[in-house]
Ligand binder design. Structure first.
Ligand SMILES: CC(C)(COP(=O)(O)OP(=O)(O)OC[C@H]1O[C@@H](n2cnc3c(N)ncnc32)[C@H](O)[C@@H]1O)[C@@H](O)C(=O)NCCC(=O)NCCS
Ligand SMILES: Nc1ncnc2c1ncn2[C@@H]1O[C@H](COP(=O)(O)OP(=O)(O)OP(=O)(O)O)[C@@H](O)[C@H]1O
Length: 199
């Protein structure tokens, strides 16, 4: 069963593409969701984050204050790398467990890893195919501001914390252009589906 890596810059449309691939029958492993799972209250990862960044990054219930930590790390490379060093090993381990479970289940045509930081956090390449969701950084900035209500400066800091579109596109086996309408993205994803299951 092929293992597909789906990556793209923030607000590039990965989740939109992943949802469509799941409708086609793929098992999707979502790195962003795994991040939230390993950061759950009481987790070793959250204890390490609180130790590294102080109690201000926890809310009154002891859960991670995601906005507060985001403000601390985006725009501060040293702080971001410190956070990544805490979170990424747990994300990699849990992702591997979910891949193994999906392959053991063997009930799908492909396994898709929806992973924003494929390039930035690259360790090894078990991927049969790398799919990149691509919209220019300017369009992604517009989406973050107009659709998610982010402050322009905060949105730009998140974009700047990731590799360039050129660097990410250089790794792509398949590119899905998401700069048009949602319907065009869906149609392009459908066209890619047959290529993914033929691997
Ligand atoms: C900083 C945190 C608390 C902000 O949480 P928030 O809920 O605002 O954002 P969320 O986690 O949903 O991420 C949204 C998007 O931000 C971008 N992003 C998140 N973390 C990072 C990072 N370390 N480097 C670059 N971009 C990132 C990705 O495009 C991601 O899809 C959180 O993103 C985090 O803990 N990040 C570190 C773990 C990580 O690297 N996650 C990326 C997926 S592997
Ligand atoms: N042509 C398009 N294709 C996909 N998404 C689009 C398009 N036009 C606008 N959007 C919007 O852009 C936003 C980003 O989409 P999505 O959540 O799929 O991106 P993402 O890459 O998963 O984001 P993140 O990096 O935060 O996980 C969504 O609100 C989506 O509705």
């Amino acid at each position: 069963m092929p293992l597909i890596a789906l990556t793209g810059g923030i607000a590039s449309g990965k989740s939109t593409i992943a949802r469509r691939l799941r409708e086609h029958g793929a098992i999707v492993v979502d790195a962003d969701q795994i991040v939230r799972d390993v950061q759950a209250p009481g987790s070793p990862v959250l204890d390490d984050i609180a130790e590294a960044f102080g109690p201000d990054v926890l809310d009154d219930s002891g859960a991670l204050d995601r906005a507060a930590l985001g403000t601390r790390v985006f725009g501060d490379d040293e702080a971001l790398q410190r956070l990544n060093a805490i979170v990424h090993p747990a994300v990699r381990a849990e992702s591997a467990r979910r891949f193994a479970a999906a392959f053991a289940e063997n009930a799908a045509a492909v396994v898709v890893y929806d992973v924003p930081l494929l390039v930035e956090a690259r360790v090894d390449d078990p991927w049969d195919t790398i799919v990149v969701a691509h919209a220019p950084a300017s369009e992604r900035l517009r989406r973050l501001v107009e659709l998610r209500g982010m402050e322009p400066d905060a949105a730009q800091k998140r974009i700047d914390a990731q590799v360039s579109d050129e660097k990410r596109l250089a790794l792509a086996d398949i590119v899905i252009d998401t700069s048009g309408t949602i319907d065009e993205t869906i149609a392009r994803t459908d066209a890619v589906w047959s290529r993914l299951t033929a691997v």
